[in-house]
Design a binder for this molecule. Structure first.
Ligand SMILES: NC(=O)c1ccc[n+]([C@@H]2O[C@H](COP(=O)([O-])OP(=O)(O)OC[C@H]3O[C@@H](n4cnc5c(N)ncnc54)[C@H](O)[C@@H]3O)[C@@H](O)[C@H]2O)c1
Length: 408
């Protein structure tokens, strides 16, 4: 059983607490830190916490606490992590790890120096659809991954601090791009080095200093490309979609809108629909078990199983650091309009790998360009001669029936 100190009683703190204590969970949030006494008490009442406080260090140092969960605005993650190091408490931090890679690196160094368990709470690589897709990719059903695209767009965050560049550290690139980058990176391979980034970003709608819309490309050392599409200006709810393309297959997944549950209401009941849903009337797309669909249950199960077995979870501060480094390059590229290198002072994956040969042998004289079934039922191959470079096509197998049926 884990006894958790929750730092922050806002939106994600509540989502986390609902996940941690949902169903018949044996894990409990026993201490809550919130800035205001009223919020701390309210949260403690609602979630049955035995301890509440308005002093962050008191929650962390509480002797019964086995792990600390940081659910605070981005500018407070580092201070909270350093306190966990001081008290040698296992720590999990919501995304993004830092406001930039420098901050993330300091957090990574601190937890490793203190030898404490560290988990990066990137829930979107724990959704049931992602887990199934990832298993498929690992089994080789998609072949070599060429392109992994992830989109998160919604009408913008719910609290004031997100819109303040100093506290948030960035706009939608940092807030939403961190999810997308880790999704693409996982499909492409977390040991494959991200090398450079090209990004377009703009402030198209909101009166803010940060970007509210961006699209970016992340190039990996093996030639694969990651793509993120993020926005705080999208209308119509929260759009969470991924696409993976490999040499042998494709996956498209939609995690939130149009997941198969559709309903219409005139609005009489006025119910909660889903995170960032813009309406509760008309045709609606609820998400079923939102906590599960967003991956929170699977994420905490991985965190605590790893902690109890003395292992690292699937997502650690190191992953958070790599994500921050990629996003730093995206910010730079948005300014320079150039491909910008990903500056990774710490890299623990493979290095110096070359692109895989993309040539598929057909026979000793030819490469295979494409194989297909014709409309008249024959199997056809398109080949390239290795010596002459000439492209030819060849019908293989029994043609007879197919040709006759088509009057050929
Ligand atoms: N899917 C996800 O993983 C996900 C979703 C939403 C938010 N987040 C992350 O969670 C963190 C918190 O976001 P949120 O949506 O819960 O925000 P929120 O504004 O709803 O809640 C923030 C909490 O921190 C407290 N707080 C604010 N300023 C503070 C200060 N100066 N000192 C101490 N406490 C302060 C607030 O009172 C509140 O309890 C952010 O890092 C955000 O990026 C993650």
């Amino acid at each position: 059983m884990q006894r958790i100190a929750m730092l922050g009683s806002g939106f994600i703190g509540r989502f986390y607490a609902d996940s941690l204590q949902g169903q018949r969970s044996k894990d409990k949030v026993i201490s809550i830190y919130s800035r205001r006494e009223e919020s701390a008490k309210k949260f403690a009442d609602q979630y049955g916490c035995t301890h509440w406080t308005t002093k962050m260090e008191e929650a962390i140092a509480h002797p019964d606490v086995t792990i600390v969960c940081i659910a605070l605005p981005n500018n407070l993650h580092e201070a909270a992590v350093l306190l966990c190091c001081r008290h040698k408490k296992a720590v999990m931090t919501t995304k993004p790890l830092g406001r930039n890679a420098t901050e993330a690196r300091r957090m990574l160094d601190a937890v490793e120096k203190a030898s404490i368990f560290n988990g990066y709470l990137e829930d979107l690589v724990y959704t049931p659809k992602f887990l199934k897709s990832m298993e498929t990719v690992k089994n080789g059903a998609l072949g070599r991954i060429l392109w992994a695209k992830s989109r998160e767009t919604h009408p913008g965050p719910h609290s004031e601090w997100f819109w303040d560049l100093e506290q948030a550290g960035g706009g939608c690139i940092l807030d939403l791009g961190c999810h997308c980058v880790e999704i693409s990176r996982s499909f492409i391979g977390k040991d494959i080095k991200p090398v450079e980034v090209m990004c377009w970003a703009d402030t198209q709608v909101k009166p803010i200093d940060a970007e509210d819309h961006a699209i970016g490309l992340v190039k990996y050392e093996n030639g694969a490309i990651g793509q993120f599409e993020v926005s705080w200006t999208f209308r119509g709810g929260m759009d969470l979609r991924d696409e993976v393309m490999g040499t042998e297959g494709t996956i498209w997944s939609n995690n939130f809108l149009r997941t198969g549950l559709e309903m219409f209401t005139t609005g009489k009941g006025g119910d909660y629909i889903a995170e960032k849903a813009e309406s509760n009337t008309g045709w609606l797309f609820p998400v079923g078990d939102e906590i599960n669909e967003l991956g929170y249950n699977h994420m905490f199960t991985d965190m605590f199983t790893a902690l109890e077995n003395g292992k690292a979870p699937k997502e650690t501060f190191y992953d958070g650091y790599v994500v921050n480094a990629i996003l730093d390059a995206a910010y730079k590229s948005a300014k320079t309009k150039l491909w910008e290198p990903v500056n990774l002072e710490v890299w623990r994956g493979q290095s110096g790998i070359t692109r895989h040969s993309h040539l598929q042998e057909y026979d000793s004289d030819h490469y295979l360009v494409k194989e297909e079934m014709t409309h008249y039922g024959a199997r056809k191959v398109i080949l390239k001669n290795k010596q002459t470079n000439k492209i030819i096509e060849k019908i293989i197998g029994d043609l007879g029936a197919g040709l006759e049926n088509h009057g050929l």
